[in-house]
Design a protein around this ligand. Structure first.
Ligand code: CTP
Ligand code: CA
Length: 225
């Protein structure tokens, strides 16, 4: 029923979605990474294709098969994701940044596999904030949606992030909840805009994806006050 109901409401749109967790190399065999499975971003890409959009999926490594019909742009590091995203934001009417982006990368990369010696400290340097850069280059009518994973005070941190980054909405994951999020096929999120916090209760990620896309399209309709 849902599929018929939504059919083609995204036709004419180009949706750029980022997914997965970026990886920052320490040496040829090791990296700093995170627990993102990419499932939420891939579910969004699949749902957007089903609804008639052209979909560009800029994906950090995942164990998932890319949904049929997407234009897949594989990347590994934050810097690669940044470059590929910024090269394509002009084409996108909707940008959804579901990727879990590394905040830091090792300041140095060893050319050879590092040997086990005594205690080791790593020096890290911050990565660029891709979402903030996308917002600073935004073109008229473009919708920009961020994601945030929080382990405490989710709504307060999410609101702060929404304002700080200047996105139109933030999809908030409370990752302290057990059994959902990360590697799960289910999720529960809060769709945060400057005007409201809409709780989307636990459901399959593919259903969450459709609900998120509905709310994103809703941002185009005049706000009720
Ligand atoms: N993001 C990004 N580039 C970064 C870090 C984050 O584009 N270097 C994006 C993510 O893809 C996500 C949003 O910003 O859509 C929020 O990510 P999050 O990690 O929650 O925000 P941070 O600003 O990194 O804040 P925190 O200190 O809580 O990690
Ligand atoms: Ca972060």
């Amino acid at each position: 029923l849902g599929v018929l109901h939504h059919r083609n409401d995204l036709s004419g749109e180009t949706v750029l979605i980022t997914a997965g967790g970026t990886r920052e190399a320490l040496d040829p065999v090791r990296f700093l990474g995170n627990r993102s499975s990419g499932k939420m971003g891939y579910a969004l890409a699949e749902a957007a294709v089903r609804r008639g959009a052209r979909v560009i999926l800029v994906s950090a490594p995942t164990a998932l098969r890319p949904p049929a019909g997407v234009e897949l742009v594989p990347v590994i590091t934050t810097e690669e994701m940044r470059r590929e995203v910024l090269n394509r934001t002009d084409q996108a009417s909707i940008v959804i940044k579901a990727a879990a982006v590394a905040d830091y990368r090792p300041k140095q990369q060893a050319e050879q596999k590092m040997k086990r010696v005594g205690p080791l400290s790593l020096e890290l340097e911050p990565t660029e904030d891709i979402l903030a850069e996308v917002v600073s280059h935004r073109h008229p009518g473009q919708l920009i949606i961020g994601f945030a994973a929080e382990t405490e005070n989710a709504v307060a941190h999410g609101r702060d992030k929404l304002l700080r980054k200047g996105a139109d909405a933030i999809v908030l994951n409370d990752v302290s909840r057990e059994g959902i999020g990360f590697d799960s096929d289910r999720n529960a999120v809060t769709f945060l805009t400057p005007h409201r916090a809409l709780d989307l209760p636990e459901m399959a990620k593919r259903d969450i994806a459709d609900r998120i896309l509905e709310e994103v399209l809703g941002l185009r309709r005049p706000q009720q006050v």
